[in-house]
Design a protein around this ligand. Structure first.
Ligand SMILES: NC(=O)C1=CN([C@@H]2O[C@H](COP(=O)(O)OP(=O)(O)OC[C@H]3O[C@@H](n4cnc5c(N)ncnc54)[C@H](O)[C@@H]3O)[C@@H](O)[C@H]2O)C=CC1
Ligand SMILES: O=C(O)C(=O)Cc1ccc(O)cc1
Length: 357
């Protein structure tokens, strides 16, 4: 059991979120950053005490941008001779390669990557619940001391994350598909909107919002992530490119034999792919049924709805809000276990709520 101090280096989104969550659990946390204002803000938010060299940490968590990570890890390993050091950078092989180049002994280091984040960085976006039920990947190597693995396992568990043990290569291959290519696709799609007329964009519904949310991410951070993992990202994008070309060809020649089947196959393959995305607690979205409630766009409506759902004894498994700025109503998509659908729908109708479908 860890009772010692944790030092977080990098007081941005990840560092502040980790600091908030550990502090909330009563663990001693110290926080450092090469930006005095970032550090002061994280301390102000309650992410930990300002680090001035006053303690010897047992665990150091490096939460700086990917390009800075190896240098900061190397300096922490040399400065704190008995501490376990981990990082949270989005690409894992590059950090290890750079540490090897620096001639650093990596026994006390284990790379890690919480698969949780937000579009906006900085302490201001930090949240103590960021990691709950999210995968937290550890990437030990043959050199890693098991003590380092147990310390970082402890960290992930304290933050409520779901521990995944992998290795740097498999990790980087996987995140290229589930995180890095989605970022590229989302950015390319959102960039199509720049030249469009405002009144066209005003028609946007949930589809555009869903597919462009992460296009709001920090370009500086993502340039580093994409550059560090280009080897894994490029083959996926090339395959994507080939399939896109084939789809364009089919759309251009709709009456050619096979064109409609080709388009249909793309859409069906999309259905199959989306079914593989895990929902809450690793289960599939398809396990839940949906009830869509139309609510008035006024303060307190959501709260009132949740209280009523609770009083019907129904647990909300997942939730989505659909709201158009010009509309007077919002759509609340409640995902519940199939056996709860009729209780929920009938109960809400009886209490005067409007159900969309
Ligand atoms: N943003 C996200 O959604 C996720 C980010 N990550 C990884 O977490 C790491 C941090 O990302 P964010 O928290 O989003 O970035 P951020 O930009 O919010 O925070 C980074 C902080 O590091 C500080 N910093 C930079 N160089 C430093 C140095 N040499 N020494 C001390 N402090 C330094 C900056 O002043 C800044 O406060 C990155 O490596 C990123 O790949 C991992 C999962 C999700
Ligand atoms: O916002 C999302 O959906 C994310 O997936 C955030 C994210 C960004 C970068 C990472 O390395 C890990 C997670």
């Amino acid at each position: 059991m860890n009772t010692g101090a944790t030092l977080i280096i990098g007081a941005g989104l990840l560092g502040t979120s980790i600091g908030l969550a550990l502090s909330k659990k009563g663990h001693p946390v110290f926080i450092d950053d090469n930006s005095a204002s970032a550090k002061a803000l994280a301390v102000d938010y309650g992410a930990g005490q300002s680090f001035t060299g006053q303690i010897e940490p047992e665990l150091v968590v490096v939460c700086v941008p990917p390009d800075q990570t190896a240098a900061v890890v190397a300096s922490a390993l040399s400065r704190f001779q008995s501490a376990v050091v981990t990082d949270v950078a989005s690409v894992k092989s590059k950090v290890l390669a750079e540490l090897s180049q620096l001639g650093v002994s990596k026994a006390r280091f284990v790379g890690s990557h919480p698969m949780a984040g937000r579009e906006r960085g900085g302490a201001i976006s930090g949240r103590s619940d960021l990691f709950i039920s999210r995968p937290w990947v550890l990437t030990p190597t043959d050199e890693t001391d098991p003590r380092a693995v147990s310390k970082v396992t402890w960290l992930a568990q304290q933050l409520g994350a779901a521990l995944v043990i992998s290795n740097p290569e498999n990790h980087d291959r996987a995140v290229a598909l589930v995180s890095h290519v989605p970022q590229v696709v989302s950015s390319l799609l959102a960039a199509r909107l720049i030249e469009s007329a405002d009144e066209d964009v005003a028609l946007a519904g949930g589809g555009l919002r869903d597919t462009t949310r992460i296009a709001a991410s920090d370009p500086e951070l993502w340039l580093q992530i994409l550059s560090q993992n280009s080897r894994e990202i490029v083959p996926i994008l090339k395959e994507f490119d080939r399939e896109l070309d084939s789809l364009i060809m089919a759309l251009e020649h709709l009456s050619s034999p096979g064109s409609l089947a080709n388009i249909s196959n793309v859409l069906r393959a999309g259905n199959l792919g989306v079914e593989k995305i895990p929902g809450k607690h690793g289960t599939k979205h398809t396990q839940y049924d949906r009830v869509v409630v139309i609510i008035e766009d006024k303060p307190g409506e959501l709260g009132r709805l949740f209280v009523e759902v609770g009083s019907l004894g129904v647990n909300i498994e997942e939730l989505q809000l659909e709201h158009s700025p010009s509309a007077q109503v919002g759509l609340v998509e409640l995902y519940v276990m199939p056996q709860s659908v009729s209780t929920l729908a009938e109960g809400l109708l009886a209490r005067g709520w409007r159900i969309a479908e």
